[in-house]
Design a protein around this ligand. Sequence first.
Ligand code: RTP
Ligand code: MG
Length: 141
Amino acid sequence: MTTQRTLILLKPDAVQRSLRGEILRRIEAKGYEITALAQRTATAEELAAHYAEHEGKPFYAPLVEYMGSAPLVAVVAEGEGVIEGFRSLAGSTNPTSAAPGTIRGDLGREWDLPVIQNLVHGSDSPESAAREIEIWFPGLA
Ligand code: RTP
Ligand code: MG
């Protein structure tokens, strides 16, 4: 393991449900360091770049609509193995099947919506982390 950085988003449902503190607490309690944090409403350009891999999928339009509908919080966290470690803390994509003890498993549930709202995003590889940090915090070397 080496020290890594990852890009985490507290998605609009996390902000609207006042779960920012609870989620940030879990990140810090695990021992990861929060080194950048910003709340804002995502632009269409940021979301197009962030979700380029999903363009063309059936959930792409509702996903971009959801993510741009209200403010989110972008976070850079650092620590040993933080990329895999945060995705483990977050749990699997679907909150209904996400394990208890995870952010999505403990705090999320399914809604009758065109896209899964699951509170958080975490980068899935070192390459994704570098790409995503540059999208949300340009110039943060
Ligand atoms: P994330 O990128 O947000 O950390 O989540 P993930 O890797 O677990 O999921 P991914 O497959 O990358 O999908 C990105 C986000 O799109 C929404 N989604 N909705 N069938 C659906 O309605 C569906 N599939 C994906 C979720 O918000 C997911 O986190
Ligand atoms: Mg993903």
